[in-house]
Design a protein around this ligand. Structure first.
Ligand SMILES: Nc1ncnc2c1ncn2[C@@H]1O[C@H](COP(=O)(O)OP(=O)(O)O)[C@@H](O)[C@H]1O
Ligand code: SF4
Ligand SMILES: [Mg+2]
Length: 390
């Protein structure tokens, strides 16, 4: 995907590099080397800085107009922080976010307000993100108070009823309160509020994670339908890969504040080359018991390291069964590995990126629960690159 970028070699510690994908459409959002550190302090009266939580630490990607980019990663890897920094709800520590070519990470006041109209957010928890004391009409119509030009006062009731209709709720429910709705219906209310200002981008932060499985599909289908109807671009955040597959055109995988792999739906789900993605994929629930039994599961050992003190070199190295000395000293860049081609040749931040061979199943090895890292179960197919080539 990013020919030429590999010539850059491995980054020095802390360094990042990114070459945008070539064959895609127009980028509506360009994110480069985005960093968000939360300072850690000691002392009650005099607060001394003692470090920082590196929640987002050098993330680069493009969001293409009309696409859905899924962002996946374990809890605490920085997904919500990334979303908030993109929207400028949290100031970035460093890096750049450009919306249609305009830098927005440094905007404030009316200029920021104008841009925010175009980038909206849908939150995870429909129980806490809706004010229980406000009617649904007031919740959905609230954005009109900040942007009255979208719906002048006399038109607001009608505008809210139209939005209720668009998200599949009865427009007559306008005077009801959030507790009178089910979880799925509340998320529809959250989506209606997100749509009110007719944004171009919606960042959905785990929008279905708090919902019953049976309701998740309905909400995802609604988002899909709205995307087509309103020509929306989505960033869809989730903590597991199975949920994003249905809706995403491309998927980015995050680990400890960084993107470790990004590619099309097919590239990630069928030709993943980063060990972390492979481990996540091996844990995706399979409905078919036979397929589940035959699957070669990678069980990651060890905890996710603290984002206040991430490992040197590759951040995944403390849990990676392929780690070598080089992984402790050289930060792997998110680039297309020069030794891989076809669908495996997408961006992957691993010095030894390779597709996984389907080795012996857990059942064949007699190993309860699947493979343990460190036993060489991955069987990477490509020859490891020479020093300095990655
Ligand atoms: N306001 C904050 N102050 C300090 N640390 C924070 C703050 N917000 C998030 N963090 C930390 O940043 C890391 C990433 O958090 P978050 O973005 O919420 O992850 P995710 O959404 O992937 O679960 C976590 O270690 C979290 O504790
Ligand atoms: S092989 Fe090395 S660079 Fe690749 S994921 Fe494992 S630790 Fe990171
Ligand atoms: Mg989160």
């Amino acid at each position: 995907m990013t020919d030429g970028a590999t010539a850059l070699g491995a980054a020095k510690p802390g360094e990042t590099a990114f070459t945008p994908p070539v064959q895609q459409g127009e980028a509506i959002l360009e994110v480069r080397d985005l960093v968000k550190h939360f300072p850690l302090t000691k002392g009650v009266i005099i607060k001394k800085p003692v470090g920082a939580v590196k929640a987002v630490d050098g993330v680069s990607f493009d969001l293409v107009k009309g696409e859905t980019l899924g962002i996946v990663g374990e809890s605490g890897c920085g997904k919500s922080t990334l979303a908030k920094v993109l929207m400028n709800l949290e100031p970035a520590t460093a890096g750049s976010v450009r919306y249609k070519g305009e830098e927005i990470s440094t905007l404030s006041g009316p200029a920021l307000k104008a841009v925010r109209r175009n980038i909206q957010m849908v939150f995870q928890d429909p129980y806490t993100s809706l004010n229980p004391r406000m009617t649904v009409g007031d919740i959905i119509g609230e954005p009109f108070q900040i942007h009255p030009e979208v719906a002048p006062k006399g038109d607001r009731r009608k505008a809210v009823q139209d939005l209720l209709d668009v998200v599949g709720l009865n427009p007559e429910y306008i005077n009801r309160y959030p507790h009178q709705f089910s979880g799925g219906q509340r998320q529809r209310i959250g989506i209606a509020r997100g749509l009110a200002l007719r944004p171009e981008i919606i960042i959905c932060d785990e929008p279905v994670s708090a919902l019953d499985v049976s309701v998740q599909a309905q909400v995802i289908n609604l988002l899909d339908q709205l995307q087509k109807e309103f020509n929306l671009s989505y960033m869809f955040i989730a903590h597991d890969l199975s949920i994003v597959r249905h809706i995403s055109d491309r998927v980015g995988v995050m680990y400890l504040g960084r993107l470790v792999e990004i590619g099309s739906d097919l590239e990630i789900y069928e030709h993943a080359t980063h060990p972390y993605t492979q481990a996540l994929l091996s844990a995706v629930p399979l409905p078919d018991p036979a397929a589940r039994e035959a699957r070669d599961r990678i069980v990651l050992v060890g905890d996710v390291p603290s984002p206040a003190n991430p490992p040197s070199g590759c951040r995944f190295r403390t849990r990676c069964w392929k780690a070598q000395d080089r992984c402790a000293t050289e930060v792997p860049l998110l680039v297309s590995p020069s030794w891989l081609g076809g669908l495996a040749g997408h961006d992957s931040a691993c010095h030894f990126a390779a597709e996984r061979e389907s080795g012996p199943s857990a059942a064949e090895r007699g190993a309860e629960g699947g493979a343990e890292p460190g036993n060489g179960v991955d069987g990477g197919s490509a020859a490891p690159p020479e020093e300095g080539q990655g």
